[in-house]
Design a protein around this ligand. Structure first.
Ligand SMILES: [Zn+2]
Length: 86
């Protein structure tokens, strides 16, 4: 991710629920994975349940496969590594 939307949203959600509930609350984004590329980064993904009549795919939840977002779902910025600045 080339933005801080996911982490910024954690703070916003924690603040919102702290006020709503009247007690300190925390929020942690799910579906965020560490990526090892030219640098360590984080990427958000959307899991899908694939169901088929094959071992590993038959359960009620099916087999989970994930697709990573190419763009931040909040601000639209590309999630690709930005080219190094000269
Ligand atoms: Zn963003």
């Amino acid at each position: 991710m080339n933005c801080n939307c996911v982490r910024d949203n954690e703070s916003r959600i924690a603040d919102h629920y702290t006020e709503l509930l009247g007690t300190p609350a925390t929020a942690q984004a799910k579906n965020v994975a560490f990526m090892l590329g030219s640098k360590v980064s984080e990427a958000a993904y959307l899991p899908y349940a694939v169901k088929a009549d094959k071992p590993g795919y038959r359960g009620a939840k099916g087999k989970e496969v994930s697709m990573f977002f190419s763009f931040c779902p909040f601000c639209g910025k590309s999630t690709e590594d930005e080219p190094a600045k000269a």
